[in-house]
Design a binder for this molecule. Structure first.
Ligand SMILES: Nc1nc2c(ncn2[C@@H]2O[C@H](COP(=O)(O)OP(=O)(O)OP(=O)(O)O)[C@@H](O)[C@H]2O)c(=O)[nH]1
Ligand SMILES: [Mg+2]
Length: 255
Protein backbone atom coordinates (compact mmCIF):
# COMPACT_ATOMS: atom_id res chain seq x y z
CA UNK A 1 0.00 0.00 0.00
CA UNK A 2 1.51 3.36 -1.00
CA UNK A 3 2.76 5.48 1.88
CA UNK A 4 0.78 8.62 2.66
CA UNK A 5 2.45 11.99 1.96
CA UNK A 6 5.11 12.08 4.64
CA UNK A 7 7.15 10.84 1.68
CA UNK A 8 7.05 13.46 -1.11
CA UNK A 9 6.53 10.86 -3.87
CA UNK A 10 3.07 9.96 -2.60
CA UNK A 11 0.27 12.18 -3.85
CA UNK A 12 -3.31 12.84 -2.97
CA UNK A 13 -5.93 13.24 -5.69
CA UNK A 14 -9.12 15.19 -5.05
CA UNK A 15 -12.09 15.09 -7.42
CA UNK A 16 -14.16 18.27 -7.48
CA UNK A 17 -17.53 17.88 -9.24
CA UNK A 18 -18.35 21.15 -10.95
CA UNK A 19 -21.79 21.60 -12.48
CA UNK A 20 -22.68 25.19 -13.38
CA UNK A 21 -20.24 26.57 -10.82
CA UNK A 22 -19.10 29.65 -12.76
CA UNK A 23 -20.57 31.90 -10.05
CA UNK A 24 -19.57 29.91 -6.97
CA UNK A 25 -16.12 28.46 -7.74
CA UNK A 26 -13.51 30.67 -6.05
CA UNK A 27 -10.30 30.04 -8.01
CA UNK A 28 -8.06 32.15 -5.71
CA UNK A 29 -9.10 29.97 -2.74
CA UNK A 30 -8.28 26.83 -4.71
CA UNK A 31 -4.85 28.15 -5.66
CA UNK A 32 -4.11 29.27 -2.11
CA UNK A 33 -4.77 25.74 -0.88
CA UNK A 34 -2.80 24.07 -3.66
CA UNK A 35 0.41 26.12 -3.62
CA UNK A 36 1.66 24.98 -0.18
CA UNK A 37 0.62 21.35 -0.97
CA UNK A 38 2.65 20.18 -3.98
CA UNK A 39 1.51 16.60 -3.25
CA UNK A 40 -2.12 17.58 -3.87
CA UNK A 41 -3.73 17.18 -7.30
CA UNK A 42 -7.18 18.52 -8.12
CA UNK A 43 -9.34 16.97 -10.86
CA UNK A 44 -12.22 19.23 -11.85
CA UNK A 45 -15.10 17.22 -13.34
CA UNK A 46 -17.48 19.17 -15.54
CA UNK A 47 -20.38 17.25 -17.06
CA UNK A 48 -22.09 19.58 -19.46
CA UNK A 49 -22.19 22.85 -17.53
CA UNK A 50 -23.91 25.58 -19.53
CA UNK A 51 -22.94 28.68 -17.50
CA UNK A 52 -19.33 29.33 -18.41
CA UNK A 53 -17.90 26.93 -15.87
CA UNK A 54 -15.47 25.68 -18.56
CA UNK A 55 -13.77 29.07 -18.73
CA UNK A 56 -13.45 29.25 -14.94
CA UNK A 57 -11.92 25.78 -14.84
CA UNK A 58 -9.52 26.76 -17.62
CA UNK A 59 -8.45 29.78 -15.60
CA UNK A 60 -7.81 27.54 -12.58
CA UNK A 61 -5.63 25.24 -14.67
CA UNK A 62 -3.76 28.17 -16.22
CA UNK A 63 -3.03 29.79 -12.86
CA UNK A 64 -2.24 26.66 -10.84
CA UNK A 65 1.31 25.37 -10.32
CA UNK A 66 2.14 22.96 -13.19
CA UNK A 67 0.48 19.55 -12.92
CA UNK A 68 -1.62 20.33 -9.89
CA UNK A 69 -4.97 20.89 -11.58
CA UNK A 70 -6.57 18.99 -14.43
CA UNK A 71 -10.06 18.70 -15.87
CA UNK A 72 -12.29 15.84 -16.91
CA UNK A 73 -15.00 17.06 -19.25
CA UNK A 74 -17.94 14.70 -19.64
CA UNK A 75 -20.24 15.25 -22.63
CA UNK A 76 -23.59 15.45 -20.80
CA UNK A 77 -24.87 15.95 -17.28
CA UNK A 78 -24.58 12.71 -15.27
CA UNK A 79 -25.21 13.95 -11.73
CA UNK A 80 -22.85 14.46 -8.79
CA UNK A 81 -22.47 10.78 -7.91
CA UNK A 82 -21.46 9.67 -11.38
CA UNK A 83 -19.21 12.69 -11.92
CA UNK A 84 -17.36 11.83 -8.69
CA UNK A 85 -17.17 8.13 -9.57
CA UNK A 86 -15.77 8.78 -13.04
CA UNK A 87 -13.30 11.27 -11.59
CA UNK A 88 -12.03 8.78 -9.01
CA UNK A 89 -11.68 6.05 -11.62
CA UNK A 90 -9.82 8.50 -13.88
CA UNK A 91 -7.31 9.30 -11.12
CA UNK A 92 -6.98 5.62 -10.21
CA UNK A 93 -6.15 4.85 -13.83
CA UNK A 94 -3.65 7.68 -13.91
CA UNK A 95 -1.91 6.15 -10.82
CA UNK A 96 0.68 7.50 -8.40
CA UNK A 97 -1.80 8.38 -5.66
CA UNK A 98 -1.76 7.19 -2.03
CA UNK A 99 -5.21 8.59 -1.33
CA UNK A 100 -8.14 9.72 -3.47
CA UNK A 101 -11.09 11.81 -2.39
CA UNK A 102 -13.70 14.36 -3.31
CA UNK A 103 -14.64 17.85 -2.18
CA UNK A 104 -17.53 20.12 -3.26
CA UNK A 105 -16.73 23.02 -5.59
CA UNK A 106 -18.60 25.46 -3.35
CA UNK A 107 -15.76 25.04 -0.86
CA UNK A 108 -18.27 24.76 1.98
CA UNK A 109 -15.47 22.53 3.22
CA UNK A 110 -12.27 24.46 2.55
CA UNK A 111 -9.78 22.45 0.48
CA UNK A 112 -7.26 22.93 3.31
CA UNK A 113 -9.35 20.43 5.31
CA UNK A 114 -7.65 17.72 3.27
CA UNK A 115 -4.85 17.99 5.86
CA UNK A 116 -7.21 16.85 8.64
CA UNK A 117 -8.63 13.97 6.60
CA UNK A 118 -5.11 12.88 5.65
CA UNK A 119 -3.88 13.10 9.25
CA UNK A 120 -6.78 10.90 10.34
CA UNK A 121 -5.77 8.22 7.81
CA UNK A 122 -2.10 8.55 8.76
CA UNK A 123 -2.85 7.99 12.43
CA UNK A 124 -3.86 4.36 11.89
CA UNK A 125 -2.86 2.13 8.93
CA UNK A 126 -6.14 0.21 9.31
CA UNK A 127 -8.11 3.34 8.41
CA UNK A 128 -9.26 3.40 4.80
CA UNK A 129 -11.97 6.08 4.64
CA UNK A 130 -11.94 9.51 6.31
CA UNK A 131 -15.25 11.37 6.25
CA UNK A 132 -15.55 15.06 6.98
CA UNK A 133 -18.29 15.69 9.55
CA UNK A 134 -20.23 18.88 10.25
CA UNK A 135 -20.30 19.02 14.04
CA UNK A 136 -20.97 22.44 15.52
CA UNK A 137 -18.51 22.29 18.40
CA UNK A 138 -17.37 25.39 20.28
CA UNK A 139 -14.24 26.71 18.62
CA UNK A 140 -15.31 25.47 15.17
CA UNK A 141 -17.19 27.35 12.49
CA UNK A 142 -20.05 25.27 11.13
CA UNK A 143 -22.73 27.45 9.58
CA UNK A 144 -25.76 25.85 8.02
CA UNK A 145 -29.24 27.09 7.34
CA UNK A 146 -31.43 25.75 10.18
CA UNK A 147 -33.93 23.89 7.99
CA UNK A 148 -31.17 22.05 6.13
CA UNK A 149 -29.41 21.33 9.42
CA UNK A 150 -32.40 19.69 11.09
CA UNK A 151 -33.51 17.99 7.89
CA UNK A 152 -29.95 16.76 7.52
CA UNK A 153 -29.94 15.36 11.07
CA UNK A 154 -33.12 13.41 10.41
CA UNK A 155 -31.67 12.05 7.18
CA UNK A 156 -28.38 11.21 8.91
CA UNK A 157 -30.27 9.19 11.50
CA UNK A 158 -32.13 7.28 8.78
CA UNK A 159 -28.81 6.62 7.03
CA UNK A 160 -27.09 5.25 10.14
CA UNK A 161 -30.09 2.97 10.75
CA UNK A 162 -30.14 1.84 7.10
CA UNK A 163 -26.44 0.97 7.18
CA UNK A 164 -26.40 -0.33 10.77
CA UNK A 165 -23.42 1.96 11.34
CA UNK A 166 -23.15 4.80 13.89
CA UNK A 167 -22.10 7.31 11.21
CA UNK A 168 -22.84 10.89 12.32
CA UNK A 169 -22.65 12.71 8.96
CA UNK A 170 -22.30 10.69 5.75
CA UNK A 171 -23.47 13.60 3.56
CA UNK A 172 -20.72 16.12 4.06
CA UNK A 173 -19.19 16.54 0.61
CA UNK A 174 -15.59 15.96 1.78
CA UNK A 175 -14.14 12.44 1.87
CA UNK A 176 -10.73 10.80 1.47
CA UNK A 177 -10.05 7.12 0.70
CA UNK A 178 -6.76 5.35 1.09
CA UNK A 179 -5.66 3.78 -2.20
CA UNK A 180 -5.97 0.04 -1.61
CA UNK A 181 -6.28 -2.90 -4.02
CA UNK A 182 -9.98 -3.07 -3.17
CA UNK A 183 -10.80 0.51 -4.17
CA UNK A 184 -11.53 -0.04 -7.88
CA UNK A 185 -14.19 -2.62 -7.04
CA UNK A 186 -16.05 0.00 -4.98
CA UNK A 187 -16.12 2.27 -8.02
CA UNK A 188 -16.73 -0.32 -10.74
CA UNK A 189 -20.49 0.21 -11.06
CA UNK A 190 -22.37 3.51 -11.35
CA UNK A 191 -24.20 4.61 -8.22
CA UNK A 192 -27.99 4.50 -8.30
CA UNK A 193 -28.34 7.83 -6.47
CA UNK A 194 -27.29 11.29 -7.77
CA UNK A 195 -26.95 12.78 -4.30
CA UNK A 196 -26.84 9.90 -1.80
CA UNK A 197 -23.99 8.11 -3.55
CA UNK A 198 -21.91 8.63 -0.41
CA UNK A 199 -24.24 6.20 1.37
CA UNK A 200 -23.88 3.67 -1.44
CA UNK A 201 -20.10 4.06 -1.33
CA UNK A 202 -20.12 3.41 2.42
CA UNK A 203 -22.38 0.40 1.92
CA UNK A 204 -20.07 -1.00 -0.77
CA UNK A 205 -17.04 -0.51 1.50
CA UNK A 206 -18.81 -2.19 4.43
CA UNK A 207 -19.90 -5.16 2.31
CA UNK A 208 -16.30 -5.60 1.16
CA UNK A 209 -15.03 -5.72 4.77
CA UNK A 210 -15.77 -7.88 7.81
CA UNK A 211 -18.07 -6.23 10.36
CA UNK A 212 -15.21 -6.17 12.87
CA UNK A 213 -13.21 -3.94 10.53
CA UNK A 214 -15.91 -1.30 10.05
CA UNK A 215 -15.13 0.96 12.95
CA UNK A 216 -11.37 0.56 12.45
CA UNK A 217 -11.50 1.30 8.74
CA UNK A 218 -13.85 4.28 8.81
CA UNK A 219 -13.17 7.54 10.63
CA UNK A 220 -15.24 10.72 10.88
CA UNK A 221 -13.29 13.97 11.17
CA UNK A 222 -15.13 16.97 12.64
CA UNK A 223 -14.37 19.88 10.32
CA UNK A 224 -12.80 23.06 11.67
CA UNK A 225 -14.84 25.06 9.17
CA UNK A 226 -17.93 24.36 7.11
CA UNK A 227 -19.87 27.30 5.76
CA UNK A 228 -22.83 26.79 3.45
CA UNK A 229 -22.40 29.33 0.64
CA UNK A 230 -25.96 29.06 -0.70
CA UNK A 231 -26.87 28.27 -4.28
CA UNK A 232 -27.36 24.58 -3.58
CA UNK A 233 -28.35 22.42 -6.55
CA UNK A 234 -30.23 20.04 -4.29
CA UNK A 235 -33.86 20.63 -5.24
CA UNK A 236 -36.94 20.13 -3.07
CA UNK A 237 -37.78 16.99 -5.03
CA UNK A 238 -34.31 15.59 -4.27
CA UNK A 239 -34.79 16.33 -0.57
CA UNK A 240 -38.28 14.76 -0.47
CA UNK A 241 -37.05 11.70 -2.36
CA UNK A 242 -34.06 11.22 -0.05
CA UNK A 243 -35.71 9.11 2.72
CA UNK A 244 -37.06 6.70 0.08
CA UNK A 245 -33.64 6.45 -1.53
CA UNK A 246 -32.08 5.74 1.86
CA UNK A 247 -34.62 2.97 2.44
CA UNK A 248 -33.82 1.48 -0.96
CA UNK A 249 -30.05 1.66 -0.27
CA UNK A 250 -30.63 0.09 3.16
CA UNK A 251 -32.60 -2.74 1.63
CA UNK A 252 -29.84 -3.40 -0.91
CA UNK A 253 -27.24 -3.16 1.86
CA UNK A 254 -28.81 -5.93 3.87
CA UNK A 255 -29.64 -8.18 0.91
N1 LIG B 1 -20.33 17.30 -12.08
C1 LIG B 1 -21.45 17.50 -11.41
N2 LIG B 1 -21.37 18.07 -10.20
C2 LIG B 1 -22.52 18.30 -9.56
C3 LIG B 1 -23.79 17.98 -10.07
N3 LIG B 1 -24.73 18.37 -9.16
C4 LIG B 1 -24.05 18.93 -8.14
N4 LIG B 1 -22.72 18.88 -8.38
C5 LIG B 1 -21.65 19.37 -7.56
O1 LIG B 1 -21.79 18.80 -6.26
C6 LIG B 1 -21.34 19.71 -5.28
C7 LIG B 1 -22.42 19.93 -4.23
O2 LIG B 1 -23.47 20.58 -4.80
P1 LIG B 1 -24.31 21.65 -3.97
O3 LIG B 1 -25.21 22.31 -4.93
O4 LIG B 1 -23.39 22.48 -3.20
O5 LIG B 1 -25.15 20.71 -3.05
P2 LIG B 1 -25.26 20.73 -1.47
O6 LIG B 1 -26.47 21.45 -1.13
O7 LIG B 1 -24.02 21.12 -0.86
O8 LIG B 1 -25.54 19.29 -1.18
P3 LIG B 1 -24.54 18.24 -0.68
O9 LIG B 1 -23.63 17.95 -1.80
O10 LIG B 1 -25.45 17.12 -0.35
O11 LIG B 1 -23.85 18.83 0.48
C8 LIG B 1 -20.93 20.97 -6.04
O12 LIG B 1 -19.57 20.89 -6.27
C9 LIG B 1 -21.70 20.85 -7.34
O13 LIG B 1 -21.10 21.50 -8.43
C10 LIG B 1 -23.85 17.38 -11.36
O14 LIG B 1 -24.89 17.04 -11.89
N5 LIG B 1 -22.66 17.15 -11.99
MG1 LIG C 1 -22.93 22.68 -1.18
Amino acid sequence: MPALPADTAARVGIVMPCYNEAARLEVPRLLAALRPRPWLHLLLVDDGSTDGTAQVLQAAMDQAPPGQVSRLALPGNVGKGEAVRQGLVHLWDRGGFAALGFFDADLATPLEAVDDLLAALQQDPRREVALGARVRLLGRRVEREAGRHYGGRVLATLISVALGLPVYDSQCGAKLLRVTPGLPALLARPFASRWLFDVELLSRWMRAHAEGAWEQGLVEVPLQTWVEPGGSKVGLADALRAPLEVARIGWGHRR
